[in-house]
Design a protein around this ligand. Sequence first.
Ligand code: ARG
Length: 458
Amino acid sequence: MAKMWAGRTDGKTEKIADDFNSSIHFDSRMYRQDITGSMAHAAMLASKNIISPADADTLIAGLEQILSDLDSGVLAIDMECEDIHMFVEQVLTARLGDVGKKLHTARSRNDQVALDIRMYLREQVDQIVELTQNLIAAVTEKAEVYKDAIMPGYTHLQRAQPITFGHHLMAYAMMLLRDIQRLQDCRKRMNLSPIGCCALAGTTYDTDRHFEAEKLGFDGICMNSLDGVSDRDFCVEMMSDIAILMMHLSRFSEEIILWSSWEFKFVELSDAYTTGSSIMPQKKNPDMAELVRGKTGRVYGDLMALLTTLKGLPLAYNKDMQEDKEAIFDACDTVVMCLQVFTGMIATLTANTANMKLAAQKGFINATDLADYLVKKGLPFRSAYKISGQLVALCIQKNTVLEELPMEVYKDFSPLFEEDLYEAIDLMTCVQKRISEGGTSVASVEKQIKYVKELLTL
Ligand code: ARG
């Protein structure tokens, strides 16, 4: 097929070379941004008398028509075209004749594609932020329900100290909150306009880059034309942010998978978010959580792929950079799906609070509180720690728990033990006494919930 860029060469290429070179099967999703950008470009050209106002009006009307024809399906994207930029220009020229050929004055596909990606991705950032907010809302709502449900808190996956399920959930709300902040921060650097950088060196036409930037909702312009067309930092940055977000979802997934096992039985997922086995009738599998965990690897791969593509690339545009889109689009599509599924899964899960409490009781997780009790009665911490440890060993030997040991036994270990001990090592007391800011007490969890809700205006 003869190319629009035919000139120095006859533009006749092998089919296999065309297929290899083409990006239309993935960049066609940016048609709206491409056309909107072109309309602003035509308006700028007219405002600077580079083309006539009449030509600009014709171009803008033609572009508007292409946009609505694509939206309605009247016009289909021609997958034989090299990319979306060529397709739009080709249709425009076919429809308008010579006027269509004026659109590409004072720009290049290099700044055009950079513009399109930025415009596309800033919308994606907004969508991902909104979906993350929805997930935080679901997590926070659950935390409210389970703000006094006692469970074991773990370190080394060994039962450590009693916490509430609400407190545990709110830890994830905090992580997700940071994810939103990171994405919003990334959006600021992304929202600068590269259009007008042209191929690499700027242009001899007296253009107005600020006019276009403003029209397209940018906060400013890229200040160096070489940088403007070679920069894909914003893609890498956004993918890093998405990778961290996926890492959080993956850690959460891992816990949900553990908690819904028979061994833990802490949570019950809704049937709507689980699957069965084709052979084992008893199975209820947490596939959604497993897939989110699995897809995290894929998103890390997208990030690594682009970092590696960009490594060592000389300035300015190189065709290698066409590889940016599949990676970033895949990362965006994946996180969008994961967030939606995850929100539904969290909103519909129920906690088995009786089992959580049982696990907490069997884990001697009040042993620290037992030691603290003796410290408050005047014993140095190290001595108290030792007695507490010996009592735990005794319980294990006798197959009992600290709450059930009779007072005579306690007295054998220290005369400081008195009846108020049982109250002090009661699990709810242990939780409620952790009133330090950010701790697990119900009041503290309520404060965290309030903080998140206010921040997100939930
Ligand atoms: N399809 C190309 C891309 O995605 C557009 C830019 C092409 N520029 C060029 N000089 N060949 O990167």
